[in-house]
Ligand binder design. Structure first.
Ligand code: UDX
Length: 401
C-alpha cells in the first residue's frame, strides 16, 4: 500500500532470518512481497520496540492469543504485555490497533493498561480484526470482502481510513463500529463458518448413510444465494490456528454473561469427535484391522498451501492409525518438518507416489492441488492391495476416501 512498516518481534532469530530474507512461515508469495518492500526501503525488522514504534502513527498489535491451557479461554498475556511495553516506550501520539483475535472487552483492557503506563501522549485504541485465510493471506489482504474498524475516536477513524485508502479503488466496504462490536464480529464470523463446515460434515455422514452425494447436496443448497457456496466442502473436521481456538473462546465468552451460544458449543464437540472418528472410518474401510498394514497418507497440514499443523486433523488420524498397528508413510509438500516435531513414528516420503507405493490404502487428509491432479493410472500401478479408493470422481479430493 506504500506505507512504511517496521515489524517488531522479541525473537531475535526470527528477526535475523527475516533480515536474511528467510520467512518464518510458508505462505505463497510472501517472500517476494517482503523482498520487494525491503528493497524499496518501506519494510524493516527489529527486536527493539521503542525504536520500532518511534514516530509511528499506527501501532498494530498482532501477537498470538492461544487457548489458555485448562480452560479454553483466549490467553491474553501477550496482548497485555505488549500494551504495557508500548505504553512505556511511546514517544509520540499514536493509534494502537488490535489485530490479534481478542475477546470482547480486550480493547478496554488495552486502553486501561496504556493509561496506567503514565504515557503523556494521546493514544486511541482501535479493534481491526483480520479475516485472512492462511495460504491465501496476501490476496485476502489486498482484496478483502470488508474491513472492520471498531473505535469511538474520530481521530482514529481518520487514520484507519487513510491506512486502507488503497482499497477504496476496488470499493471495499469499510465498516465502522464500536470497539466491542468489532471484537465480536471476528468471533461471530469464524464461528459461523465453523457452523457451516460442521453442518456439511454431518450432511456428508448422512449422505453416506442414505446413499446420497454430499458434493451435489452442497452445490444444491449453495446455489441458494441465502446460503452461498463457500465453506460447504465436507472434510475430516476443521483445524488451524483460528477456528478451533476461536469457537472455544466464543463459548467461554458467552457463558460468562450467561448468554450461551449452544450451536457453537455443539459445533466444537461435533468437530472434535469427527477428527477422532476419521481413523475408525479408515480402519473399517480396510476390513476392521490394520495391524501390519501400510497406509499412505497424503497431506498433513491443516489445509493446503500452508505448513501449519495447528489442530490439524492429521494429528488425530495418524497416531490413531499407528496405534491400531498400521505403518504410516506420509507425504506433505510443506508440512513434514512441522509434523515431525509433533508426531513420531511416521515414515516420510519424497512424493505422493512414493508414499503410496505398495501401500494397502491411501488416505488423503489435506486438499493440496497436486493430490487433486494425481495420475490415477500411476497410482494403480504403485499399489499392492489398493484398499478403498472406490471412486474416481475428482471431487472426492480433500475427503477421506
Ligand atoms: C480462518 C478464516 O477463514 C479466516 O477468515 C480467519 O482470519 C482465520 O481463520 P484459516 O484458518 O486460514 O482461516 O483457514 P480456512 O480456509 O478458513 O479453513 C479452516 C479449516 O476449515 C481448515 O481445516 C479447512 O480445511 C476447513 N474447511 C474449510 C473445510 O473443512 N471445509 C470448507 O468448506 C472450508
Amino acid at each position: 500500500f506504500g506505507h512504511d512498516v517496521v515489524c517488531i518481534d522479541k525473537d531475535q532469530s526470527k528477526i535475523d532470518r527475516l533480515h536474511d530474507g528467510v520467512m518464518p512461515i510458508y505462505e505463497p508469495g510472501l517472500d517476494s512481497l517482503v523482498e520487494n518492500n525491503v528493497r524499496a526501503g518501506r519494510l524493516s525488522f527489529t527486536t527493539d520496540l521503542a525504536e520500532g514504534i518511534a514516530g509511528a502513527g499506527a501501532i498494530f498489535i498482532a501477537v498470538g492469543t492461544p487457548s489458555r491451557r485448562g480452560d479454553g479461554h483466549a490467553d491474553l498475556s501477550f496482548v497485555h504485555a505488549v500494551a504495557r511495553e508500548i505504553g512505556q516506550s511511546l514517544s509520540n501520539d499514536a493509534v494502537v490497533v488490535t489485530k490479534s483475535t481478542v475477546p470482547v472487552g480486550t480493547g478496554d483492557e488495552v486502553e486501561r493498561i496504556l493509561a496506567e503506563s503514565g504515557t503523556p501522549h494521546r493514544v486511541a485504541v482501535v479493534s481491526n480484526p483480520e479475516f485472512l485465510r492462511e495460504g491465501a493471506a496476501i490476496k485476502d489482504f489486498k482484496i478483502p470482502d470488508r474491513v472492520v474498524v471498531g473505535t469511538d475516536s474520530e481521530r482514529a477513524r481518520e487514520l484507519m481510513r487513510e491506512l486502507y485508502r488503497p482499497l477504496f479503488l476496488n470499493e471495499t466496504p469499510i465498516l465502522f463500529t464500536s470497539r466491542r462490536t468489532s471484537e465480536l464480529i471476528k468471533y461471530a464470523a469464524n464461528a459461523f463458518l465453523a457452523v457451516k463446515i460442521t453442518f456439511i460434515n454431518e450432511m456428508a455422514d448422512l449422505c453416506e448413510a442414505v446413499g446420497a452425494n454430499v458434493q451435489e447436496v452442497s452445490r444444491g443448497i449453495g446455489l441458494d444465494g441465502r446460503i452461498g457456496r463457500k465453506f460447504l466442502n465436507a472434510g475430516p473436521g476443521y483445524g488451524g490456528s483460528c477456528f478451533p481456538k476461536d469457537t472455544l473462546a466464543l463459548t467461554k465468552t458467552a457463558n460468562e454473561p450467561n448468554s450461551p451460544v449452544r450451536i457453537v458449543d455443539t459445533v466444537v464437540e461435533v468437530n472434535a469427535a469427527r477428527k477422532k472418528a476419521m481413523a475408525e472410518k479408515v480402519i473399517k474401510a480396510m476390513g476392521g484391522d490394520v495391524e501390519g498394514k501400510t497406509i499412505g497418507v497424503l497431506g498433513l497440514a491443516f489445509k493446503q498451501n500452508t505448513d501449519d499443523m495447528r489442530d490439524a486433523p492429521s494429528l488425530d488420524i495418524v497416531p490413531a492409525l499407528m496405534e491400531a498397528g498400521a505403518t504410516v508413510r506420509a507425504y506433505d509438500p510443506e508440512a513434514m518438518h512441522e509434523a515431525s516435531k509433533l508426531m513420531s513414528g511416521i515414515e516420510y516420503a519424497d512424493s505422493a507416489y512414493e508414499a503410496i507405493k505398495g501401500a494397502d490404502a491411501m488416505v488423503i487428509i489435506t486438499e493440496w492441488d497436486q493430490f487433486r491432479a494425481l495420475d490415477l493410472d500411476r497410482v494403480k500401478r504403485h499399489r499392492a492391495a489398493f484398499g478403498f479408493f472406490r471412486d474416481r470422481r475428482p471431487e472426492l479430493y480433500g475427503r477421506l476416501v
